[in-house]
Design a protein around this ligand. Structure first.
Ligand SMILES: C[S@@+](CC[C@H](N)C(=O)[O-])C[C@H]1O[C@@H](n2cnc3c(N)ncnc32)[C@H](O)[C@@H]1O
Length: 312
């Protein structure tokens, strides 16, 4: 099945997987260095998430260097940074996530709902995939996250951007429950793309969103409606990649690494903590002061995710 993807997103997406410094795509050889498991071709279509077979097959994944050893430091409150599961996800995140048609479809909706809204806060920006697409559309973007490894990749994207784009892009450290003090308080839009599921006190984050928006500004929040079936998402995605002839060895290797991280994410009850049904999130946002839903559906990620855009 070919997905309809906004051509702007596609051109950005192709650029995002370019071979450059630390951003070059994972190859099978890279992953073989990480773990002997990656040298074995796995029957990927027959993956069984959360089963003892997968658990036994896991070998420890080396961690990225500790924060103190990394070259970059970020604006923001360093003590708020977390060394958590996203440190491991960062190793394959940009090799797999932008390739997912379901991610691109959600991104297309985010670009639609932020169009014409100049200043956008990308809260929980991760590696900067949404920020980069917004920058390419001419927005002013402030992205922040509380995981150094993810944020480093956002920082690298900003560093690679042309000067004019880099001047519109701020990357900083901080938690979504308490936005960094340098973040603008009169944004036109705030995006929380696939972030709230990891946040225990999601209401604090949504209150912060409200207080950082100008009247008429919008929040876009997305995430899983319930503990997600990531096996289903990957099964669909792999079938699409195969049909499109782009299921390369490097992508298979990235899927393999992502699968191991995702297994812990989805089975450890302390990892994914907050889910919303569409109506439940709309009601919550209304209670916090938001007025009008502009978009609200549960279609993304093959029916696993909510997508809500609501106006202050
Ligand atoms: C699934 S990733 C999504 C990243 C990005 N929004 C995207 O669309 O690619 C989730 C991100 O949320 C970040 N995150 C989770 N909880 C957070 C918190 N309390 N404060 C800041 N960032 C958080 C993680 O570090 C991770 O980078």
């Amino acid at each position: 099945m070919m997905a309809t993807v906004d051509p702007m997103v596609l051109s950005w997406h192709q650029r995002a997987s370019r071979c450059k410094g630390r951003q070059r795509p994972f190859t099978a050889r890279d992953l073989a260095c990480l773990s002997p498991r990656f040298t074995r071709p796995e029957p990927i279509m027959a993956m069984t998430f959360g089963t003892p077979e997968i658990a036994q097959a896991q070998t420890p994944i080396p961690r990225l260097p500790a924060r103190a050893e990394r070259a970059e430091s970020f604006e923001g409150v360093e003590s708020d940074m977390q060394d958590n599961i996203w440190t491991d996800f960062a190793k394959s995140y940009d090799q797999i996530i932008p390739q997912l048609n379901c991610y691109q479809q959600m991104l297309t909706k985010i670009l639609r709902d932020t169009e014409g809204r100049r200043t956008v806060i990308d809260a929980g920006c991760g590696t900067g995939l949404v920020s980069q697409a917004l920058i390419d559309r001419g927005h002013q973007v402030v992205g922040f996250d509380n995981n150094s490894a993810m944020l480093q990749l956002a920082h690298d994207k900003k560093a690679d951007a042309p000067d004019e784009a880099g001047d519109r892009w701020t990357v900083m450290a901080g938690p979504v429950e308490r936005f960094p003090s340098q973040v603008v308080s009169d944004a036109d839009a705030v995006v929380l793309n696939n972030v709230l599921f990891y946040v225990r006190d999601a209401e604090s984050a949504l209150r912060e969103v409200f207080s950082h928006l100008k009247p008429g500004g919008v929040v876009v929040a997305t995430g899983p409606k319930r503990r997600p079936d990531l096996r289903k998402v990957l099964r669909h995605s792999i079938a699409e990649w195969q049909a499109e002839g782009r299921y390369t060895e490097a992508l298979q290797a990235a899927v393999d690494h992502h699968t191991i991280c995702a297994q812990k994410l989805t089975t450890d009850p302390n990892e994914m903590v907050t889910f919303f049904e569409v109506d439940e999130l709309v009601d919550t946002l209304r209670r916090l002061g938001f007025s009008r839903p502009l978009a609200a559906d549960g279609d993304d990620y093959y029916g696993e995710n909510y997508y809500v855009c609501m106006q202050k």
